[in-house]
Ligand binder design. Structure first.
Ligand code: ATP
Length: 234
């Protein structure tokens, strides 16, 4: 079966600085894949490359067979890849509902997300829909960021550190929604520093270290020591 996302020998640069070196990665339909690694390993750069925020060679990233490595971010969202960015990046002057509506690109895909579906998944956002997004707790703001991305009805949801800075119980609440998101036909890429959390949720994982994949596989097939070594480079 062809992968939904097929990344081959991906190099990424910020000016002269090379952040990624020959990354190979694939994501199949409906899968949840974790990308783990220490600070600066290149996780965000990889997601930004997939989302069109860092430009790459066209054929280094294929989405349903189509080269998108140099496609602009707006067209990548329309194709069906949506990013939940690190730090959420909500619009502080807008209400909860206005923030969600900004994500609605009206694609022609068949995943079921609209305002009503987002509110069913996160009822607290419906209660607070007219209020300022800045009045929400960190966890609720993360729900808005996820809801906003789902509003484009993506076939791939790219999540950049959705647990960062949140209390463990709130992180559990947010992760509890993943099966529902996947049941709607959306595959998920989880970039996380919380290795245990990410591995529990993922079918497969990739470990990055200094811009390279040092390990990949299924969480249950690899022991903790091997993962530690790949993560820290020891
Ligand atoms: P973190 O968990 O800290 O977000 P990360 O694994 O996501 O780390 P990246 O943010 O992808 O790592 O960074 C990879 C490398 O690229 C780091 O050395 C970082 O300093 C560098 N980098 C990231 N963004 C830029 C930028 N805009 N300009 C220059 N270098 C950058």
């Amino acid at each position: 079966m062809t992968a939904l996302l097929d990344v081959t020998a991906l190099d990424a640069f910020y000016g002269d600085f090379q952040a990624l070196f020959g990354i190979d990665f694939e994501l199949r339909e409906g899968e949840a894949v974790a990308v783990i690694g220490a600070n600066g390993a290149g996780k965000s750069t990889m997601l930004k490359s997939l989302a069109g925020l860092v430009r790459n060679r066209p054929d280094s990233i294929r989405f349903s067979g189509r080269p998108i490595g140099d496609a602009p971010a707006a067209s990548i969202v329309r194709l069906g890849l949506a990013l939940v960015p690190e730090g959420r990046q909500l619009f502080p002057s807008l209400s909860v509902e206005e923030n969600l509506l900004i994500g609605a690109y009206g694609g022609e895909r068949t995943t079921p997300w609209d305002l009503a579906a987002v509110y069913r998944m996160f009822p607290v956002l419906k209660e607070r829909r007219r209020g300022a997004v800045t009045a929400l707790s960190g966890g609720q703001q993360q729900m808005v960021a996820i809801g906003r991305a789902l509003m484009s009805n993506p076939s791939v949801l790219l999540c950049d550190e959705i647990s960062l800075g949140l209390a463990p119980i709130v992180v559990e609440d947010i992760y509890r929604m993943l099966p529902q998101i996947r049941a709607g036909g959306t595959a998920v890429v989880l970039v996380e520093q919380d290795i245990a959390r990410a591995l529990r949720a993922a079918d497969r994982f990739y470990c990055l270290q200094e811009g390279r994949v040092t390990l990949s596989g299924r969480p249950n097939d690899v022991d903790q020591e091997t993962i530690r070594a790949a993560y820290f480079g020891t």
